[in-house]
Design a protein around this ligand. Structure first.
Ligand SMILES: Nc1nc2c(ncn2[C@@H]2O[C@H](COP(=O)(O)OP(=O)(O)OP(=O)(O)O)[C@@H](O)[C@H]2O)c(=O)[nH]1
Ligand SMILES: C[C@H](OP(=O)(O)O)C(=O)O
Length: 201
């Protein structure tokens, strides 16, 4: 089965703009991508990366400016496919194995906030509709095409990094390139009024 990691390599993680400049967002995206690729490798998978712009990583990279839905749906039309998002820095090999283990036609990994952080598809008619609480759409689409469905309940698969507040999860739980990158960039946990956040030196 082909495993693809899509990356918005041209102007990634714009929601992190309040705390990271453009070059920093690209570098942090590459650090998160490295963690994702390490987890996939640890589970015995050899993914390829499809990016809207050049990106440095230890996997084959195809630069392709198709939007996310168009890209993934074109790939689904070619056959069985797994997609793992590039912004999952807590991902582990064990969680990857749990994603591929179910025999269902479609296996979904819900993201915090309603996204779809990863999926495995063995059904010829399933298609994606990302953004806007996509997990609900993907459950419906699987049902509409008669695909059996399984979901993976995994914190490390569910934790995608979108907003500045999400960076705390990387510092709390991460032990890979993304956590090191944040520390080297001067980020640290903050504990204001009982909430855990991040501050930058
Ligand atoms: N190849 C490709 N990957 C995409 C595209 N849009 C998003 N992605 C990737 O899909 C995953 C989830 O998307 P988002 O969380 O919206 O990532 P993003 O677009 O960098 O973040 P924002 O700019 O904050 O919306 C991330 O790994 C992105 O890099 C796209 O148009 N093409
Ligand atoms: C691609 C999109 O990511 P989000 O914008 O939810 O982080 C989704 O998972 O539907």
């Amino acid at each position: 089965m082909r495993t693809v990691v899509p990356v918005s390599g041209s102007d990634p993680k714009t929601r992190l703009s309040p705390v990271l400049g453009p070059d920093e967002r690209r570098a942090f995206t590459e650090a998160m991508l490295a963690d994702v690729l390490d987890a996939l490798d640890g589970a015995g998978h050899s993914p390829d990366v499809v990016s809207t712009g050049p990106v440095e990583c230890d996997a084959p990279v195809t630069v392709d400016d198709r939007g996310l839905d168009a890209l993934v749906n074109d790939l689904l039309a070619e056959g069985p496919l797994a997609v793992v998002m590039a912004d999952l820095p807590l991902l582990t090999a064990d969680a990857v194995e749990r994603l591929f283990a179910p025999a269902a036609d479609v296996v979904l990994a819900p993201g915090l906030g309603g996204g779809t952080n990863a999926f495995v598809c063995r059904h010829p008619e399933f298609r994606v509709d990302y953004h806007g609480a996509s997990i609900r759409d993907h459950r419906r689409i699987a049902d509409d095409v008669g695909a059996s469905l399984a979901e993976v309940d995994s914190r490390v698969l569910a934790t995608d990094i979108d907003e500045p507040a999400d960076l705390a999860e990387v510092l709390l739980h991460g032990d890979g390139r993304a956590a090191d990158w944040l520390t080297d960039a001067g980020f640290e946990l903050s504990f204001d009024d009982g909430r855990v956040g991040v501050a930058r030196e």
